[in-house]
Design a protein around this ligand. Structure first.
Ligand code: HXC
Length: 520
């Protein structure tokens, strides 16, 4: 009997070893030659040492067409399970490029679905490592079924558990849509590519010649398309970014983010803030200087750093508590709101709201970008997303107008009218329906045109000064109660922390509905 069970254990060990080897030593070596880790090595590098529990490691594909009857590798090109990252429980899966190029078939789909169901039951984040050639062609529609099952779960899990995707190799065809449905995408530079159709198909269909990196590399997607949120310099840096994201977010929508004790006093008043915004409204400054001086030291962690740089979004801490920051960036295109920055802000605010992370908004924008390009590409529907996101968000919302807040942009950037819980303005804030020059042109353009040019110039200057005096300041808004308090910039940190504290148990209700219809 004892001999028997030893044999059985030996058989299991052999099967596990076969599964561990995936596509075999040669293909593992080829993966290493490309400077890439294997799926298992990646999971080991990401998770706490020894914490990985594999599941469905012995599943094999059930197909026979195109030679699949001869190619039955236990695990079938996808490694899945759960473990911990800095003690936080997570579910994880990784495509194994050594098995048929990490292509995604029926079994891969069922394995991902299984860990996603587990993540939902357990209420923990799910992390996917992508490195594969898309739908497994030999399996035909069964690979489409596989993708469909995963996409459906991505949507069910959206707003319930955080979903993070890493792109560390090809991610083509159907492979792109599961990451696209998740909360954050991190692409590894020089390794990750994402596209629906690759360069060969593009050449065949449109005659356009483009290389993989230009089409869908990490730089392209973190700067031009905004599909990816972070660029990892290499595999280690990519995993570091995942660990960092987890520091700011909760396990699920019913819990709150971790609190990190800080030595940074809640009463720290940074006097530099008082002179940071230039007196000349046409001069710029970097909103990150404001953010970094207000939040806990070294806590600001930017999301979408290189995409739509006229807005800045990211996580930070205030007295140890996680907050989301949404800001205009005067240092880029004067902080104007355009299509991409609208999408960037709206999406981030919705993530924070879904996962109980209060939103702090820093406002300095001259308004929406004018022009036919912007209008024809739908700034109306994109700008409306910010309105929708802020109005819908029920987490604590606090806004700080550092300088310009004109017109519609004033309303959309987390104003009191969209139910900011508290709105602050700095003394140099200009809160008005439009800039003084434009206002005078509209109100007095005709009468000025009829005057002698010298006289008109002088009168125009007087009218502009008068408008600025009356409207380009925070006091009209403060007297109307639209700004709760005009504060000295150095008081900002203390004010935000105290306000977050009073709002700790904020309850908010909205009308019963199935769901809203965000402009897409
Ligand atoms: C089956 C695949 C595969 C796939 C690659 N392989 N992609 N097997 N289905 N989709 C296999 C190759 O045949 C090869 O097997 C091995 O994986 C490694 O591939 P190579 O081409 O040698 O590697 P490399 O040169 O690094 O190129 C990787 C690649 C390329 C860029 C991913 O293989 C590629 O372009 N594949 C096809 C990508 C694609 O068009 N996918 C879309 C599928 S349709 P051997 O045995 O020769 O080593 C789709 C639609 C679904 O996804 C829509 C759902 C909504």
């Amino acid at each position: 009997m004892a001999q028997d069970s030893t044999d059985k254990i030996a058989k299991l060990k052999a099967l596990r070893e076969e599964s561990r080897l995936g596509g075999g030593e040669k293909r593992i070596a080829a993966q290493h030659e490309k400077g890439k880790k294997t799926a298992r090595e990646r999971i080991d590098a990401l998770l706490d040492k020894g914490s990985f529990n594999e599941i469905n490691g012995l599943m094999k594909n059930r197909h026979t067409d195109f030679g699949l009857d001869k190619d039955k590798i236990p695990g079938d090109g996808l490694v899945a399970g759960f473990g911990t990252i800095n003690g936080r429980k997570v579910c994880v899966y990784a495509q194994d490029f050594t098995v048929m190029g990490g292509s995604f078939g029926e079994v891969a789909g069922e394995k991902v679905a299984r860990v996603m169901d587990l993540a939902m039951d357990a209420g923990v984040p799910v992390i996917g490592i992508n490195d594969g050639g898309g739908a497994r062609i030999q399996e035909g529609i069964y690979s489409l079924y596989a993708y469909g099952e995963v996409f459906y779960r991505n949507v069910q899990a959206s707003g319930v558990v955080p979903q993070i995707s890493v792109i560390m190799g090809p991610c083509a065809g159907g492979g792109v849509y599961s990451p696209a449905l998740q909360d954050f995408i991190i692409m590894t530079q020089g390794m990750g590519n994402m596209y629906i159709t690759g360069p060969e198909v593009i050449k065949a269909v449109t005659n356009e010649i483009v290389d993989h990196e230009t089409l869908g590399g990490a730089v392209t997607h973190t700067t031009v398309s905004g599909v990816a949120h972070f660029l990892g310099q290499d595999e280690d840096d990519t995993f570091h970014i995942i660990r960092k994201i987890l520091e700011y977010i909760p396990d699920n929508n019913a819990s709150t983010p971790p609190v990190l004790p800080t030595n940074d006093s809640p009463f720290r008043a940074d006097k530099e803030l008082n002179t940071l915004v230039p007196a000349d409204p046409n001069q710029t400054y970097d909103i990150r200087d404001v953010i970094n001086r207000v939040v806990d030291i070294d806590s600001f962690f930017e999301v979408h750093h290189n995409f739509a740089t006229n807005a800045v979004v990211g996580f930070a801490r205030l007295n140890g508590e996680s907050v989301g920051i949404a800001a205009n960036q005067p240092a880029s295109m004067a902080g104007v709101l355009d299509i991409n920055s609208s999408d960037k802000i709206a999406r981030f605010v919705r993530f924070c709201d879904a996962f109980n992370i209060p939103v702090i908004t820093f406002v300095d924008t001259p308004g929406f970008m004018p022009g036919t390009h912007t209008e024809h590409n739908g700034i109306i529907r994109h700008g409306a997303k910010i309105l929708f996101a802020f109005s819908e968000a029920s987490v604590p919302k606090i806004s700080v107008v550092t300088r310009k807040a004109y017109g519609g942009a004033y309303i959309v950037m987390g104003s009191k009218h969209l139910r900011a819980d508290m709105s602050f303005a700095w003394p140099g804030a200009e809160i008005a329906v439009m800039g003084a020059g434009g206002a005078v042109n509209i109100l007095h353009g005709r009468s000025l045109k009829d005057k002698d040019p010298e006289e008109a110039k002088k009168l125009r200057a007087e009218l502009v000064a008068d408008y600025e005096d009356k409207f380009s300041n925070p006091y009209q808004a403060a007297s109307a109660g639209y700004i709760d308090e005009v504060i000295i910039p150095s008081e900002t940190r203390q004010r935000l922390i105290a306000t977050l504290d009073i709002l700790r148990n904020k309850q908010s209700t909205s009308p019963a509905k199935k769901h809203g219809n965000i402009p897409l």
